[in-house]
Design a protein around this ligand. Sequence first.
Ligand code: NDP
Length: 237
Amino acid sequence: MSRVGVVFGGSRGIGRAVSWLLAERGHRVVVVSRNVEAAQATADSLPGGEHVGLSCDVSREQEVQRAFETITKTCGPVGYLVNAAGINRDALLLRSKSEDMVSVLHTNLLGSMLTCRAALRSMLSKGGAIVNIGSVVGVKGNAGQCVYSASKAGLEGFTRSLAKEVASRSVRVNLVVPGLIRTDMTAGLKEEDAGRRIPLGRFGEPKEVAQAVLFLLESPYITGQVLLVDGGLRLVM
Ligand code: NDP
């Protein structure tokens, strides 16, 4: 059955790969990012028709509210929600600026809470599935990434709790936890160095994370789970 799938952070990287797989399955995709041209360009490049690009800063409550009003009015009720919008401002805590801490927490953690709350308004009556995107750093911690790690660890508790809150209404909520994936976010890292630490010996591709996201969206009896897609990195961290 074709559904409306909303992908925050869908213009690039992991979110873009998720948008592609959703479109290939015949779903109508709403690609969301702050940059509307990028979101629209990605929407236009997807297979199938009638995909939509929208601008929304996920950390701003009113923008999120307005985005969902537009989506339900133009596309109908949201069946799938993927929260792939994320930023990092990596620094040792002693050197971290307060405004960077707020940006990271508001984008990565509060942003997912706002989109989930808004999506639930249609999902509670018709059912649906949500996948949030965490990070292996949220599971194990990493020096220089305290704030990013806290935002991603917070998503794990949020995902499990929300899964309990909404299971009786046929809404499922899961978390995919990537390791090091080749996207703009990791462009500054040298794969020769970082890849050596990963048991599978290389960075992951966005599509390899997207496949796990699709699996969870489409698995009717899985909720509240955390699925690592990290080439084994968690095993050696
Ligand atoms: P990219 O930097 O490639 O893409 C990030 C996406 O999020 C873009 O579409 C960007 O668009 C959007 N975005 C950023 N801030 C906002 C905002 N405030 N509101 C709306 N959209 C926003 O990142 P990745 O694809 O690598 O990361 C996707 C998710 O996966 C993130 O949550 C990240 O933390 C997580 N992750 C990534 C890993 C990796 O190795 N790449 C590892 C572990 C986790 P725009 O800038 O136009 O808003």
